[in-house]
Design a protein around this ligand. Structure first.
Ligand code: CAA
Length: 445
């Protein structure tokens, strides 16, 4: 069967940054370690006044098209994943196509366009749609452009404010891809949940503590569902485990649970037994409470074992490096996690071709999805040329007062005039509203 998957990736970070330890923590009266160690985010990327989900998405897509030497005729669909949309009817993909048509010959009139919604999961669902479209033979030899773009802003004072971020990831989905091939096998964990939602409002209503529990429960269901079709998973089957990363501390929790699950009934559980005992089995406990307490005690011990820590350092830590520098990019976060791991491998000169990754996506409301990816021969070239370090280093460092202004500029309920902090160059910018309240964009040389 022809492989289908990600042929190219690019990202575009919001051009401002908020330093959580130096700038945010003192004003909040919190220990900086809460953000850098507990939550695990050093900086949040934020959009300058001329940036939004369209500019970031279009800029990431243009970088991708330029690097791959593509023209609009090469693209048969453009799907945008976002939970920051500003229009209930017109999809962001039409705005992005309009931007790209300003700078390329030809147009996207024969490309199918859409916008996917399921909180942070929808970027992965767009990959699915593209995969299925190609597998069904409906692509006429063309590739799909998937763009995950978000301004993940919370109400000022919400505990989620410490996990904000803004940026876009653009991916080209094609046959015989250069970077990773997607597995046919998938697992889902899905339930009607009220953990994080935006009922016709810009900033989310969040039950933070509950959202953590829902993430873990749905991810576990998805893993069991994946194993029901792909067979049991083992830590050595996968070189990396990129998870949706609202903040690295969340992934730390998921990783520990995941490790317990994938080492059960393996030689690793046996090898650990001398030090921390076997994993508790429910049938050996009289009540559910006793069983859960035994699990908590086992997990506390497991966290401190050499085996777990080595696995975490190799298989998880590389996936959260970029996230710790940019914050939550919602729909793009799991795709940043994959990219982060591939970049770490490239910088350490590891040969990944043929290795597998287990990718765990999650969207509040809630649904998790798990699938495998096989790294392809062209992966190194596909990630080495990216200007991620330069983009992150070039961000303007906001003072707290400037951060407050930036938050207000992007607040749909407020009208404030703020000067831009950075100078746009060679990129799409937001220029204001048109006669029907549509947003308008132009390319700045
Ligand atoms: N040094 C080291 N660690 C510290 C510390 C210090 N000085 N002070 C606190 N910490 C640790 C805490 O122990 C805690 O770690 P554990 O959870 O492992 O115990 C961590 O830092 C965070 O501290 P708090 O729990 O006190 O933080 P909080 O209550 O202010 O906020 C939050 C945490 C609830 C996650 C909040 O950021 C939030 O609501 N975020 C938005 C919701 C979210 O991201 N949920 C994740 C799942 S939902 C999802 O994934 C979808 C999505 O993208 C939104």
């Amino acid at each position: 069967m022809t492989a289908v998957g990600i042929d190219a990736i690019e990202l575009w970070s919001g051009k401002l940054r908020l330093d959580l330890a130096e700038t945010f923590a003192p004003v909040k009266g919190e220990d900086p370690g809460k953000y850098t160690k507990g939550i695990g985010i050093e900086y949040s990327s934020l959009p300058d006044v001329y940036e939004d989900i369209v500019t970031m998405g279009a800029n990431a897509a243009k970088q991708l098209m330029d690097r791959k030497g593509l023209t609009p005729e090469d693209i048969g669909r453009i799907d945008v994943a976002t939970e920051s949309a500003f229009d209930n009817s017109k999809p962001v993909s039409t705005y992005i196509a309009g931007c790209l048509e300003q700078v390329y010959d030809g147009d996207f009139h024969h490309a199918n366009k859409g916008e996917r919604k399921f909180a942070c999961l929808s970027g992965t669902q767009c990959l699915d749609d593209a995969y299925n479209w190609i597998r069904a033979g409906r692509n006429r030899g063309r590739a799909a452009l998937v763009i995950a773009t978000d301004t993940a802003l919370y109400e000022r004072g919400d505990p989620g404010e410490a996990t904000q971020g803004a940026g876009a990831v653009a991916m080209l989905i094609d046959e015989e891809p250069d970077i990773v091939a997607l597995s046919t096998e998938q697992g889902y964990g899905s339930a009607d949940e009220t953990d994080f939602l935006k009922p016709n409002q810009q900033f989310p209503s969040v039950d933070g503590k509950r959202s953590i529990q829902v993430y873990l429960a749905r991810m576990r269901e998805a893993l069991e569902d994946y194993e029901s079709v792909a067979g049991d998973t083992h830590p050595e089957d996968f070189v990396y485990f990129p998870f949706h990363t609202p903040y690295p501390g969340m992934v730390r929790k998921a990783a520990l649970l995941g490790y317990r699950h994938i080492t059960r009934d393996t030689e690793i559980e046996d090898a650990l037994a001398d030090d921390i005992g076997m994993q508790p089995r429910e049938e050996n406990y009289e009540t559910r409470e006793d069983y859960e307490e035994a699990i908590r005690a086992y997990m506390d011990e497991l966290k401190g074992t050499r085996q777990y820590q080595e696995w975490y350092e190799q298989a998880i830590e590389p996936t959260i490096q970029v996230s710790g520098q940019v914050g939550n990019w919602y729909t793009a976060s799991v795709h940043l996690a994959r990219l982060s791991a591939l970049r770490a491998a490239a910088s350490e000169d590891v040969d990944l071709a043929g290795e597998k990754m287990l990718v765990g996506s999650y969207g509040s409301g809630a649904q998790a999805e798990i699938h495998a990816e096989t790294v392809r021969d062209g992966w190194r070239e596909g990630v080495e040329g990216l200007d991620v370090d330069a983009q992150l280093a070039d961000r303007y460092d906001l003072s707290f007062e400037e951060y407050e202004l930036v938050h207000d500029v992007h607040n749909h309920q407020k009208e404030v005039e703020v000067e831009e902090f950075t100078q746009p160059e060679g990129e799409f910018v937001f220029t204001g509203w048109g006669r029907m309240n549509e947003r308008r964009y132009e390319y700045v040389e």
